[in-house]
Structures are given as C-alpha cells and as structure tokens.
Design a protein around this ligand. Structure first.
Ligand code: URA
Length: 433
C-alpha cells in the first residue's frame, strides 16, 4: 500500500477502505508518513468528506493508535465533557469542579488551542506551577482522592490525534466534520469514560458555522459513542458570540474563578449550569433540572470553588491565585477599543474575535509559537447591547503595544452596529440524545 495512492483516491472523491485508513493512521503514529503527505490527505478529506463508515474507521484507528488509560482502579462513575471549540469557552474550568463537588468523578484530558479557539491546557498553564502532565498512577490517585484531575494528552494516548491535531491547526483543515468527529471520539473512546456530554458549538466562532452542520456533527459523534456502549448526549450551543466576556488565557481563568464565586457573566454561567446538569443526570444523579439546581447550589455554597482550589493545589498550581485572582500574570499594556457609532451590537464575527486575541499573543500561529498568558480581550459590550459613539466596547491586553492596531481593526470590523435591537438568540439550541 502507498500513501500517495490513498491521497489520490480521496482527492478524486472515492471512499477509502478500512485497511487504507488503518494504514494511514499507523503511518501517522509511527512517523513513517511525512507531515506533507498527512497534511495533503487531511486537505483531501476536508474537500471530499468521508462516509459514516470511513469516519467510524478513522475514529477507531485513532482510538487504537496508543495506549488506553486503565481506569479500572477509579471508584465510581466517570463523566466527561468535550467541546468542539469556541471563543471564550472556559466551561471545563467550571463544570468539572461543579460536577466533582457533587460526587461524580471527572478524569479530564484536555487539548491546547486549535485555530482561532482557545484550549483548556493552555488556560491551566496560566496558573503558575500547574502541572498538566501526571503519571497514570498520580492521575488515578487524584481522581479517587479529590474526584477531579485534569491533564493534557500524554504521548502514549491517542498519539495519532496529537499529530493530526497539530498539523490540522496550521494547515487550515480543522473545520472538517469527519476529522473533528474522529479526533474527539477517538480520544473519548480511548479514555473510556462511562458518560460523555458533548458541547457542539455552532455559529461564527465555531468550526461548524451552520446549525444543520452542527446537528449533523453532534448526531455522528453521539451515534459513534452509543455504538461503543457509552452514555452520550450532545448540546448544540451558541457560538455566534464569545462565551462570557474574557478571551485569552489568564483572563479566562479569572472569569472561571469569578463564575465559581457566583459572579460570572450570565451567558457563561447559564451554559455551565446546563452542561453540568446533563453531566450529573447522565451519571444517574437525578433529572436534568434537579441536577442543574444541585449545580447551582454547588456554586452558591462555595463547594465547587473549593474543589477547583483543591485540584489546582494537588497539581502544583499556586492556589493563592484562586483566592486572589488579581495576582495572575497580567499583560504590560492595555488599550481601549471604542465604538465609532451609536446603536446596538447586532452581530459579531466571533472567529475574528478569536483571531484578534491570537494577534495579541494569546494563541499560536505556528506549532512552535509560545503563548503570552496575560494577552487577550475583555469585552465590555456584546451582541444585543447598546453602545454610544466613543464608548469602550472592549479592552485589549498585550505585552507589545504595536499589536494593538491590527487587533483593534479586526475587532471593529467584526462588530456590526445598527439602530435596531437584534432579536435574542438561544444559548442552547437543542439537545441530541
Ligand atoms: N476538539 C478536538 O479535540 N478535536 C477537533 O478536531 C476539534 C475540537
């Protein structure tokens, strides 16, 4: 078998066999296929798509590309949630401690930023000292002791996805339904959690821009998980506006801490409570509404924040930052972005907001780039809000002042202001069970 022939076959729109897909993933894993041929096949898949059978084969090959984590030593039901990626999406930092504080185990493996979207591992690394790698033994011990541990993907775990993820990030091949489904479900099946809640983002800041595509992606992933014996549910959530007000690593962790303190932005808090409600309900803790109320109480009585603090301390992070977020790394400079006219913000190109944050240094443009943890954007006004000419709509943060002009231009051209107040859009469009 030759990878050249496989690329050509997909380029010409033909269906790949199970053996061809396994050959590709084996070559990605052992390094025998060079990056340019992997990227070429990803691009062919991007344009030609994959059948359900091909997507399942790719998912299972990714799952089997490395070692599975053996969770048999974890006592109790484990639940996970995974987002397809968005802007300002720091939900894992809130829902995982909420759920763990209510007695359901969360053994979380998270990713780094991808394309214009942020990644939980990058955010956690904004907490001084926080270790995002743990040995399997320490990981499992912490899940048993505290109920919650969160790490990045280890080298042995779904290594094919690690390689594909990094290459897709820099070759404009992220937003492909089969590649997203295989990436997410390959990892979820390798992690072997009992229950999985998927947060499938839809809209301008997500990889799936239309509601129909997002629903199709959700259906595909739910079916793959169910066929593998998992309890699954997918929520389609709104990414036509950034979630919450903070975009950028330190800024987002601070917002998550505020939310765990009960002072989070309404939209972000609402999405977190809904996700936590479904996670707890899938784990058998009651109806979705009962679980949502329990999640609300866990925030109200401080138990979720306590759980987050415990986890941060256990993983070597400076827990003093959780008590006093003003101590987080801050960017050297800030810059106010002002509205050029009065009216209502009726639309925001949320992907462009994510890109503006990358320009400021909050993410990577190449796989080797380092992140500036204090960089990012704090939104003062969002879609639906009224603004006056000259009023601040956002504050930009960066260590290099020269980055402000380009980021400001991007943000302003991504923000449409009109006379008429836009109609409210739902935060959660639908649930696929
Ligand atoms: N999250 C993942 O883990 N993979 C993708 O492809 C997109 C989002």
């Amino acid at each position: 078998m030759r990878i050249y022939d496989i690329i050509k076959k997909k380029r010409d729109g033909q269906e790949l066999s199970t053996e061809e897909i396994r050959f590709f993933v084996a070559g990605v894993t052992d390094g025998s296929i060079p990056d340019y041929q992997i990227s070429a096949l990803c691009m062919a898949i991007y344009f030609r798509g994959m059948s359900v059978r091909e997507t399942c084969d790719l998912t299972f090959a990714v799952r089997d590309s490395g070692e599975k984590v053996n969770f048999s030593a974890v006592n109790g039901i484990r639940v996970d949630k995974h987002s397809t990626g968005g802007v300002g999406d720091k939900t894992s930092l809130v829902v995982a401690p909420v759920v763990a504080s209510l007695g359901v185990k969360v053994a979380k493996m998270s990713g780094r930023g991808l394309g214009h979207t942020g990644g939980t591992v990058d955010k956690l690394e904004a907490i001084t000292g926080f270790r995002t790698t743990l040995s399997d033994e320490d990981f499992i011990r912490q899940v048993n002791d505290i109920g919650f541990a969160i790490v990045g993907q280890s080298k042995q775990f779904a290594p094919a996805d690690k390689k594909l993820y990094a290459l897709r990030d820099v070759t404009a091949t992220v937003d492909s339904m089969p590649l997203i489904a295989a990436s997410i479900m390959g990892k979820k099946l390798a992690a072997d959690d009992d229950c999985i809640v998927l947060d499938v983002k839809t809209g301008s800041g997500s990889f799936m821009k239309s509601l129909d595509d997002s629903k199709a992606l959700a259906r595909l992933m739910v079916d793959i998980g169910k066929n593998a014996g998992k309890k699954m549910v997918a929520l389609i959530t709104n990414m036509d506006r950034p979630l919450g007000s903070a975009i950028g690593n330190s800024l987002e962790v601070i917002e998550a801490i505020e939310t765990l303190n009960g002072r989070g932005p309404a939209d972000f808090t609402e999405v977190c409570l809904t996700l936590a409600g479904y996670m707890l309900s899938l784990a058998g803790k009651g109806s979705v509404e009962e679980c949502r109320q329990a999640a609300k109480r866990a925030i109200g009585d401080g138990s979720a924040l306590k759980k987050f603090r415990e986890t941060v301390a256990a993983q070597g992070g400076d827990a003093g930052l959780i008590d006093d977020p003003s101590k987080f790394v801050r960017a050297k400079y800030s810059h106010a972005v002002k509205s050029g006219r009065s009216g209502y913000i009726c639309k925001s190109d949320t992907e462009a907001y994510g890109l503006a944050s990358l320009i400021l240094g909050a993410g990577r443009n190449t796989a080797e780039d380092t992140i500036d943890y204090g960089a990012g954007i704090l939104l003062k006004r969002k879609t639906g809000d009224r603004v006056k000419e000259g009023e601040e709509i956002a504050t930009l943060f960066a260590d290099d002042r020269s980055l402000f002009a380009e980021a400001e231009k991007k943000l302003l051209s991504a923000t449409r202001i009109q006379e008429k107040k836009p109609q409210d859009e739902p935060l959660v469009y639908c649930v696929i069970e």
